[in-house]
Design a protein around this ligand. Structure first.
Ligand SMILES: [Zn+2]
Length: 228
């Protein structure tokens, strides 16, 4: 998929688009009020080289955003809702993460790195199952042949489609609400037909997900909650 960025529209702007990268690697695009999203995407595409260079330079600097401790009382997102986490250690029970009755229970004796590994393992498993099912559903509906579904740990892209039609999705996508997940699934599936973000591509997406812009916005507004 594309580069994840915040979009700030302003009626005061006349014609120019601009892009800024904050200290925490957040990308913000400033655009006049009525610029079509396809045009903004094209602009970001053009700036890809500069964005990549700037992010690489920043990667050498210490990270700023505060990390989750992965401790009792924190909230974890799953299918669009946040649920409280409880961390405990009970050696006689199975280690790992369990989701039950709208709460997460993590049985783990280790520190943050091991807790994180348990969380990622759980999310990857759920994402693989859920996304395979949705890709299968839409793949049949739209008659688009998929070669396979892979789950990644990508932090900056929700999904991608390879030249030979293998789809990849970040495990973080499973934290989003089902309609948002479906939009990303349809987006990547449509890359089987169109390997770009041209207006023809967006027409294909709109044909299946007419309100796709609201879903893109949701992802942009919530992505910072999906880190741990
Ligand atoms: Zn895309």
């Amino acid at each position: 998929m594309d580069i994840r960025y915040h979009l700030k529209r302003s009626g005061k702007r006349k014609k120019t688009l601009s892009v800024q990268i904050g200290k925490n690697s957040e990308i913000t695009v400033y655009a006049p009020s009525f610029t079509p999203i396809a045009e903004i995407d094209r602009f970001v595409e053009e700036k890809k080289g500069w964005i990549a260079r700037t992010l690489t330079r920043q990667a050498d600097l210490p990270a700023l955003p505060e990390e989750k401790k992965i401790a009792t009382g924190e909230q974890l997102y799953y299918l669009g809702a946040s649920h409280p986490l409880e961390v405990f250690f009970e050696p006689l029970e199975n280690a790992g993460l369990v989701f039950w009755d709208n709460r997460f229970y993590l049985n783990c004796s280790g520190g943050r790195d091991i807790r994180k590994r348990e969380l990622v393992a759980w999310y990857r498993k759920k994402a693989q199952h859920y996304l395979s099912t949705r890709v299968d559903f839409y793949g049949r509906l739209l008659k688009l042949p998929v070669k396979g579904v892979r789950i990644t740990s990508a932090g900056r892209r929700w999904g991608s489609c390879s030249h030979d039609n293998r789809l990849s999705f970040s495990f973080r996508l499973i934290m989003a609400p089902p309609p948002v997940i479906d939009y990303v699934v349809v987006h990547e599936l449509m890359h089987i037909r169109q390997k770009n973000h041209s207006s023809q591509f967006w027409d294909l997406v709109i044909g299946v997900v007419p309100d796709y812009q609201a879903h893109r916005r949701w992802l942009r507004d919530h992505q910072h909650l999906f880190e741990f």
